[in-house]
Design a protein around this ligand. Structure first.
Ligand SMILES: [Zn+2]
Length: 197
């Protein structure tokens, strides 16, 4: 029987709950926003002055920070997920996720790679350096929001298989709530800091 997803949630987690798919969407959005909040001119990296133009949506570094903030998952998950969905393969994406894609997942979720990418960008594209650090921010967020197992973040892969035993966000609603609270507090903090001039 060909597996047919009934909802967007089914696409991602097979027959798991809509709540878990919702948490995954929140996670994607949080990666984008953490990247932009910390690694763009409009965000913390812009210091007290922020983006000289004032408008975050006209700030190109916001767009780059979002792209770098999502890059590890775009490269290693969104592409195979698209292939899996379009090919109408049977079974649950995350269960079948293995082999070359899992290897790629580990490589692009390694600090050695993200910092290496940022070092190269620093040399060839100076203004892209700060936004590129959103990739490293993504890895640090994943490190604490994944536990042991297939999707653990192996921080120094391929030199070491060590990773933090984090709290899996897809099983704990409170954890997603907490990292969103931290994100919103950061945004509010930056806004207040700049207003106090
Ligand atoms: Zn990730």
């Amino acid at each position: 029987m060909i597996y047919r997803a009934k909802t967007a949630g089914d696409c991602v987690l097979g027959r798991q709950s809509a709540r878990q798919s919702g948490l995954i969407c929140m996670d994607v959005l949080a990666h984008a926003l953490y990247g932009a909040t910390l690694c763009s001119r409009s965000g913390l990296a812009g210091g007290r002055r922020g983006n000289p133009g004032g408008r975050w949506y006209r700030d190109i570094t916001v767009l780059w920070a979002v792209i770098f903030g999502l890059a590890p998952d775009i490269i290693s998950m969104w592409i195979p997920f698209l292939i899996h969905t379009l090919s109408g393969k049977e079974g649950i994406f995350f269960v079948h996720y293995d082999g070359v894609w899992l290897e790629l997942y580990r490589i692009v979720h390694s600090l050695l790679i993200s910092l290496g990418v940022s070092a190269v960008i620093f040399l060839v594209w100076r203004s892209g350096f700060i936004p590129s650090l959103a990739w490293t921010v993504h890895i640090l967020c994943d490190a604490v929001s994944h536990d042991e197992g297939k999707f653990q973040t192996l921080l120094f892969y391929p030199l070491s298989d060590w990773g933090i035993r984090g709290i899996p966000f897809w099983r704990h609603l409170w954890f997603t709530a907490a990292y969103w609270a931290v994100l919103l507090a950061l945004i509010a903090g930056i806004i207040l800091w700049r207003k106090k001039r």
